[in-house]
Design a binder for this molecule. Structure first.
Ligand SMILES: Cc1cc2nc3c(=O)[nH]c(=O)nc-3n(C[C@H](O)[C@H](O)[C@H](O)COP(=O)(O)OP(=O)(O)OC[C@H]3O[C@@H](n4cnc5c(N)ncnc54)[C@H](O)[C@@H]3O)c2cc1C
Length: 531
């Protein structure tokens, strides 16, 4: 074991939250060690927005976790992708940029998390971004490192989808990141001039020459080092060798919703009974580490169309043209996020908030052995998920081996209200697929039972087809109750100089994809850790 240099802070994980946090701690004149399990040499492919077809499910870029069977969904076992490269999941994600609803953050504050209400987090959302669309400057940012771009390429089938929502009575929203997220809208992407703009590209790449920044990749953090209960460093594995790093001011875990709780447990912070089962001496009793796992459950419905879709752009001949268009002009199918249209709606007008989110992919992909391929067929994908799930899963250590992934128990449809929510989502999928103009282009919804088959057929379909939308949160929840893993200022309860800042801190899920919120958490954490 070798001891290396000492830093002010150590940030574990260079993902959506870890990158802005590190950048801002550097701006406050700290020396920072940023530790990342993934490898920097892998980044080239991630620049192409459409290349996520190749990176998701590929262990060179993706942790590629596998769940335990989920009894709430016919014992389904599935892969849970999480980015394992600089940029973390922002380097392999779908690049949808959405903040969620103002009410989501007000709900966090109402749960006791002072300082997380909409008015408090809005300045951080503004600070993080430079949005290139026609924006309201009181609500959007113009000077932040994260580029947010309007789509530079739209497929006609996406336009038809958007128009069908309007024809079904859902209002057109000019900016989903503006005054309200409700309605149907063109997606905005975390892209810059046709390239993916991950948190790494936005926040860390411009700072690589800063002498106060030390970045180590290919390095897996296994445990936090303590003096008493004060975090003073980390122990990690690099190229099969154990290394230690010291921190004067403290350690921040930004390793994501699956790995941050694992590192806490490996460090003796968790449910004492579980820790002891694996031969780990408990340091801090914190029974909710790894619990409160919340996801967005929903359906990916493939639609067979009678018009050409973006699948035609991925055939061997057209694929070369499509790639050339990206290489020479940074335009076309490969330059934009997979989802082109988003919608947030109330499936029941009596609801206070939109309960459903829709996405449209103007193509359909099929999964073969865990990897995606785009077949030469006329397909689109309609995605629907519920916004505020009540079901909760959890994570458990499998062993004290830091290289062994935790066991994931999703329990995605545990709560009957979530099952009913997905049912309402299915009804809306059918409605849009029969509303002109998109409805006139749909031949059939693949695998979706005919409505004449009745409620039992729908319910069986929902049980076996509901999937997570890749937004796991809540496993190191902040709160003011005794079981909360973190205080509202992100300190690990029972320890000193130790914080968590990533998607695991959510006390409740939000209406929307979780990248922008994770970046906001990193931004805000820098001010909580060092005001
Ligand atoms: C395939 C996919 C598609 C998605 N699509 C979208 C989308 O379109 N829009 C959207 O808003 N959200 C999307 N999301 C969700 C969003 O990207 C994540 O919620 C967000 O990136 C989470 O940020 P984070 O900082 O919590 O973790 P991450 O960004 O995952 O970062 C964690 C980092 O920590 C590193 N790490 C983990 N363990 C260790 C360790 N032991 N030692 C060292 N380093 C470690 C990881 O390698 C990783 O780099 C998607 C996610 C995925 C996986």
């Amino acid at each position: 074991m070798s001891a290396l240099k000492e830093f002010d802070y150590i940030v574990v994980g260079s993902g959506s939250a870890g990158c802005p946090l590190t950048a801002r701690l550097l701006e406050k004149k700290n020396s920072v060690l940023l530790v990342e399990a993934g490898k920097k040499e892998r980044l080239n492919l991630t620049h192409i927005p459409a290349a996520l077809v190749h990176t998701i499910g590929n262990k060179r870029y993706d942790w590629d976790f596998q769940t335990e069977p989920d009894p709430t969904r016919d014992n389904l076992v599935e892969k849970w992708p999480r980015g394992r490269v600089p940029g973390g999941s922002s380097a392999i994600n779908g690049m949808i940029f959405i903040r969620g609803a103002a009410k989501d953050y007000d709900a966090w504050e109402a749960m006791g998390n002072k300082g997380w209400g909409w008015n408090a987090v809005l300045p951080y959302f503004r600070k993080m971004e430079t949005a290139d669309n026609d924006k309201d400057n009181a609500l959007r940012g113009g000077l932040g490192p994260q580029r947010v771009s309007a789509l530079r390429w739209k497929h006609p089938v996406s336009e038809a989808f958007l128009d069908s929502f309007v024809n079904a009575g859902v209002p057109l929203n000019p900016d989903l990141n503006g005054a309200s997220h409700e309605g149907v809208a063109w997606n905005q992407g975390s892209t810059r001039e046709g390239k993916r703009h991950s948190a790494w590209e936005a926040f860390i790449k411009p700072k690589l020459g800063n002498p106060d920044l030390t970045f180590v990749d290919g390095t897996i953090v296994e445990t936090i080092l303590f003096e008493g209960r004060r975090a003073v460093g980390i122990r990690a594995i690099k190229d099969g060798t154990r290394v230690t790093f010291k921190a004067r001011k403290g350690v921040v875990l930004s390793a994501g919703s699956i790995n941050s709780p694992q590192i806490l447990m490996l460090s003796g912070i968790g449910d004492p009974a579980q820790l002891k089962r694996h031969g780990i001496e408990p340091l801090v009793e914190s029974p909710d580490v790894g619990r409160n796992l919340m996801e967005h459950p929903g359906l990916y419905v493939l639609a067979e169309m009678n018009v050409t879709t973006a699948n035609s752009l991925a055939t061997p001949i057209n694929g070369v043209k499509t790639l050339a268009e990206w290489v020479f002009r940074r335009k076309g199918f490969m330059s934009v996020p997979t989802a082109q249209v988003l919608a947030f709606l109330k499936s029941d007008p009596s609801f206070e908030e939109p309960d459903l989110q829709f996405h449209l992919f103007p193509f359909g992909w099929v999964k073969k052995k865990g990897r995606y391929t785009v077949p030469n067929r006329k397909l689109t994908t309609i995605l629907v998920n519920i916004n505020h799930p009540k079901s909760m899963g959890h994570l458990e250590l499998r062993s004290k081996d830091p290289l062994a992934p935790v066991a994931i128990y999703p329990r995605l449809l545990d709560h009957p209200d979530d099952f009913d929510g997905v049912k309402r989502g299915l009804a809306w999928v059918r409605k849009i697929a029969s509303t002109a103009p998109f409805g006139s282009q749909v031949i059939n919804l693949i695998d979706v039972p005919d409505p004449s088959a009745g409620a039992a057929a729908d319910e069986a379909y929902i049980r076996k087809s509901t999937v997570p939308f890749l937004h796991p949160v809540g496993t190191c929840r902040m709160g003011i109750d005794a079981r909360a893993v973190l205080t509202p200022d992100l300190k690990v309860r029972g320890a000193d100089n130790l914080w968590v800042a990533d998607a695991s801190i959510f006390p409740r899920h939000i209406a929307g994809n979780t990248n922008a919120t994770s970046i906001m958490i990193g931004e805000r954490a820098s001010d909580l850790i060092e005001p």
